[in-house]
Design a binder for this molecule. Structure first.
Ligand code: SF4
Ligand code: FES
Length: 247
């Protein structure tokens, strides 16, 4: 396969940045999208050019690092997939492919396609934990959890903190991420002591960091590689009002 890549290149946080075109040939449709970038980077290095900086770690859809907007869509054209699990067979031979970083004010570009997502860490620090001493692992049935709650908590816990929801949202809101974390802990017995303060503090931190408000456009859930449903935000709103939060 041959692809024409138009890639966002930005030397550093202060650089204006620009799209740069690269023709990449001799690609296999079975390559992952990141392997294709590896190939391009090797060729750039051989020519003495600066390789393209991009984030990645696990390359198996669990770490949430591979944050790329591909042809205008976070994580690219395939639904419910991370960029690292996207393969070139999803593209046509000869296609022009635009590759950009997440674009949201609280995620400033560090270099090329790498953004600073530490704003998510700050939201977690505000309440994404429990205070119960964990000690050694208890028997699985020692703390009974109703099955529907366990299933819903597990579903929310699948959030990998990738930030695609923010990149897709016209308001730059991180409400789906925040709601996933609030729901995951708020449905379990161990999460009850901080349930009220958690939701109020995490939403306040979300807003302070400059993420936008949710207007239920639903773009977040479409872009989410883990299929976190939109009604997770409704659960957050319910908990937030019950806890007496005001925005
Ligand atoms: S809610 Fe989905 S899109 Fe948002 S950070 Fe979590 S996994 Fe990524
Ligand atoms: S590199 Fe870990 S989810 Fe893509």
């Amino acid at each position: 396969m041959k692809l024409t890549l138009r890639v966002w290149r930005q030397k550093g946080p202060e650089d204006k940045g620009r799209m740069v075109t690269y023709e990449v040939d001799d690609l296999s449709p079975d390559m992952s999208f990141l392997e294709m970038l590896d190939v391009l980077n090797e060729r750039l290095a051989l020519k003495g050019e600066e390789p393209i900086a991009f984030d990645h770690d696990c390359r198996e859809g669990i770490c949430g690092m591979c944050s790329l907007v591909i042809n205008g869509t976070p994580h690219g054209p395939e639904r419910a997939t991370t960029t690292c699990q996207l393969h070139l067979r999803k593209f046509k031979d000869g296609e022009v492919v635009d590759i950009e970083p997440w674009r949201a004010r609280p995620f400033p570009v560090i270099k090329d396609l790498v953004v600073d997502r530490s704003a998510f860490d700050k939201i977690i620090e505000a309440g994404g934990y429990i205070s119960a001493p964990t000690g050694s692992a208890p028997d699985a049935h020692a703390v009974p959890v109703p099955k529907p709650d366990a299933d819903r908590a597990f579903e929310a816990a699948e959030c990998i903190g990738c930030g695609a929801c923010v990149a897709a949202c016209p308001n730059g809101s991180a409400m789906l991420f925040t709601a996933a974390k609030v729901t995951h802990l708020g449905l379990l017995p161990q999460g009850q002591p901080e349930r009220d303060s958690r939701v109020v503090d995490m939403v306040a931190t979300h807003d302070d960091l400059g993420f936008g408000g949710c207007t239920n456009t639903g773009e977040c859930t479409v872009a989410c590689p883990k299929g976190i449903p939109l009604d997770t935000i409704a659960r957050l709103n319910h908990d937030y009002l019950k806890a007496g939060g005001k925005r």
